[in-house]
Design a protein around this ligand. Sequence first.
Ligand code: PLP
Length: 387
Amino acid sequence: MQNLLNTYSRFDVKFVKGKNAVLTDENGDEYIDFTSGIGVVSVGHGNERLANAICDQAKNIIHISNLYRIPPQEKIAEILVREYGKGGVFFCNSGAEANETALKIARKYGEVDGKPKRYKVITLENSFHGRTISTLKATGQSKFHQYFGPFPDGFEYAKDINDIYNKIDDKTVAVMIELIQGEGGVNPFDKEKIQKLSNELKKRDVLLIVDEVQTGIYRTGEFYASNLYEITPDIITLAKGLGGGVPIGAVVTRLTDVLKPGDHGSTFGGNYLSTRAGIEVCEILKEEKISGRLDERIKYFEDRLLEIAKEFPNLFDTVSGYGLMKALKTHKSETRDEIVKKAFEEKLLVLKAGSNSVRFLPPLTITKEETDEGFDRLKTALMKVNE
Ligand SMILES: *Cc1c(COP(=O)(O)O)cnc(C)c1O
């Protein structure tokens, strides 16, 4: 690792093989993956259908640039818009880049000839929107802001959903939120509050940007978390689960006339390879959803989590989250760190989030056997934490 920048504190393990929710290291030891690469490998490791689609595409055209029409890009846009309502899509390569795009759309939307420009974007405390300079500024966690200023102007933080109303003024053009704060600890917002917010913002002509980089593409059980909350945001941003591991970001919006040629772009965005992967992921998951298998898995995983929470009341407060985006909240932050470490020793991969959440983002294709094996290991780990 001596040639890598020291930006991650990594576990010392090298995986050489993956099959759905099972990863095998170089010694042949098998791990259960309850992280799916932080919500990315939505159809599991080594998914044959996805691999065939990618291979097929790679043997033909991988990339041609956005100077020419790209059929798979048009096809996946149709899928994303169908689940949204009416609008259009811009493709990029990551969550941060999708959010940057959303911010640019909002900033241009606020640019009205003859009137003072509206540019302010309100985000929430404890949010996470990315690592670029402006998405970092949009991220309402001061620990991320320590070294990298000065930041772009025009961001303001609201304490919670109710506080958003206090922060809106005549310079406000948009509100950007997650519906379930992921990195912040897997904290879903109240559905009625979100629906009210959506209605209020419409009345005030303030855009609602929903960052679905983590929640999008069936992670919560629905195509968009916005479907679950029964709202239609002005802009939805996507990335993590969309390509099943192939980097892709997307912005879905009803505002199809704001950006004009030259206003925005991305060299790699929406190329043949990533959009072909995205189509396959959406098709696989749609079948899982329609057949009822996805909902069954969600229910099974949730039951196992509730069981664990009940079995270890000394360690856990509650279970939070929707679909296969879940967390066990520990009483103490140190316990949480200890659990993640002990789980790893039992060859189970789980994630941290917020200050006291053990986060679970398994592949959406996880089998009952993999779930059972993972929870057996979790239980063994928790008994060691107890000691
Ligand atoms: C992961 C994440 C991002 C950042 O995505 P990158 O692809 O790492 O840039 C932004 N918003 C949310 C909600 C995320 O979970």
